[in-house]
Design a protein around this ligand. Structure first.
Ligand code: ADP
Ligand code: ASP
Ligand code: MG
Length: 418
């Protein structure tokens, strides 16, 4: 039997009516002759609520219990989806991660797949079941504990199942009808793309475009999964939505193809740290051990004999997700108490956001950074930190200017025009 993977995100299963709507889409594919693996998210808002409960109970929580709690939203939707399909006379069964089993590493809240054995699901399909509904976002560690894959992880579950079961396609049903040049919620000028290259989607996702989890794009690229994003609220067919594919399948070529943003960033500066070999390791080692995802880093030029500091000193600035500030602060204070580092002040700015432009055309075009900075300066947006790679440029700015910056960059690079 040909097989499809269909993933439904939180808003697509937000209530019983929407679950029914999603189930109708599954039924249509079954009627076309497919066996279907359905991956479901928690009902929209559920995971946030669960995370909130964890944080209220224990600010520096034990990640094993975090996973036990936040994975539960998906269990409910998986069962409801299976029941809804049964009511439509489609033989369906639900599966939690440990039942498949979805074997992952034990990196709680950021686990990675180790293996997804096919035997259990294959046996059910052989019995005549047409649909396996699998709870997204979760797995089981070698120690037998529940793990989760990081926020947005159901996308990655979907792609992993598509790869493991050789699915014809992996369809990601969501609340927008495809992948756009930027988040259509930020500007109505955002344009839907027919196709987007894996590399570009990978950058956009890792820079904050949450339409696909980064790891899902990585896996799709590695295992050559035909990955598509489309609307769960509209009538769709084989040509709907946006296909994520190889670069050479794409005709359109622009220098910049998308703008991404990440709202919840924080900037931390260690003021007057000693400037000596090993200082970066002494700062970023403890941060890594504390599980802080450091993103941008700037080390200021060194100053000599500043105030009452005899040797050379510098300021070290880095960014991280705003919800990791408490962990970062503690890691730095512990490192100071242990005598590994010394600083005069630790300044935290929690009102920053990151805005990035992405395009594979940047590999062969100079001047993108200059154009970007000019556009921001015309809007009077001050840039706090800059970082670049082969196909992207990112800036850290005050959060209140984030939407303005996205709109200005979208206009400057003519992204509304095909
Ligand atoms: P789901 O719950 O279905 O997983 P998400 O909220 O995770 O949905 O992702 C879909 C959202 O991603 C859209 O509602 C949209 O606001 C946002 N988004 C951000 N960047 C883009 C983009 N470039 N194209 C489309 N959607 C985007
Ligand atoms: N429910 C999880 C989250 O909100 C996983 C997902 O929806 O992909 O992050
Ligand atoms: Mg998502």
């Amino acid at each position: 039997m040909p097989l499809l993977v269909m993933k439904f995100g939180g808003t697509s299963v937000a209530d019983l009516a929407r679950i029914k709507n999603a189930a109708q889409k599954v039924k249509r594919e079954v009627e076309r002759g497919y066996d279907v693996i359905v991956i479901v998210s928690a009902m929209s808002g559920k995971t946030n609520e669960l995370v909130g409960w964890v944080e209220q109970t224990s600010p520096l929580f034990d990640a094993r219990e975090y996973d036990a709690i936040v994975s539960s939203g998906e269990n409910v939707t998986a069962g409801l989806m299976a029941l809804t399909l049964q009511e439509m006379d489609i033989p369906a069964r639900s599966w939690q991660g440990w039942q498949v089993p979805i074997n992952t590493t034990s990196a709680h809240s950021a686990a990675r797949f180790v293996s997804i054995p096919r035997d259990n699901l294959d046996a059910k399909f052989a019995e005549g079941f047409k649909v396996a509904v699998v709870a997204g976002f979760q797995g089981v560690s070698p120690e037998g504990r529940i793990t989760t894959l990081g926020r947005g992880g159901s996308d990655t579950t979907a792609v992993a199942f598509a790869a493991a079961f050789g699915a014809e396609r992996c369809d990601i049903y969501t609340d927008v009808d495809g992948i756009y040049t930027t988040d259509p919620r930020i500007t109505s000028k955002a344009r839907k793309l027919e196709k987007i290259a894996f590399e570009e989607m990978l950058e956009l996702a890792s820079l904050g475009a949450k339409v696909l989890q980064t790891r899902s794009v990585e896996l799709a690229m590695r295992y050559k999964v035909r990955l598509r994003v489309l609307s769960s609220f509209e009538d769709t067919d084989e040509n709907s939505g946006t296909l994520v594919c190889d670069e050479d399948e794409i005709m359109e070529s622009k220098v910049v193809s998308g703008v991404a943003y990440s709202r919840d960033e924080a900037k931390i500066t260690l003021v007057t740290v000693e400037d000596r070999p090993g200082i970066a390791a002494a700062i970023f080692g403890p941060l890594a051990e504390a599980g802080v995802n450091v993103d941008m880093i700037v080390q200021n030029i060194s100053e000599r004999d500043y105030d009452d500091h005899p040797g050379a000193v510098t300021d070290m600035t880095f960014s991280c997700p705003v919800n990791q500030v408490a962990r970062a602060r503690k890691a730095m204070e512990d490192a100071m108490a242990a005598g590994l580092i010394a600083y005069d002040e630790l300044n935290v700015d929690t009102d920053v956001a990151k805005v990035s432009v992405v395009g594979i055309g940047m590999r062969s075009h100079a001047g993108v950074a200059a154009t970007m900075f000019k556009a921001l300066s015309q809007e009077n947006v001050n840039i706090k930190v800059i970082s670049t790679s082969e196909i992207k440029i990112s800036v850290l700015i005050d959060r209140k200017y984030m939407e303005l910056a996205v709109q200005a960059l979208h206009d400057t690079f003519d992204l509304d025009k095909a």
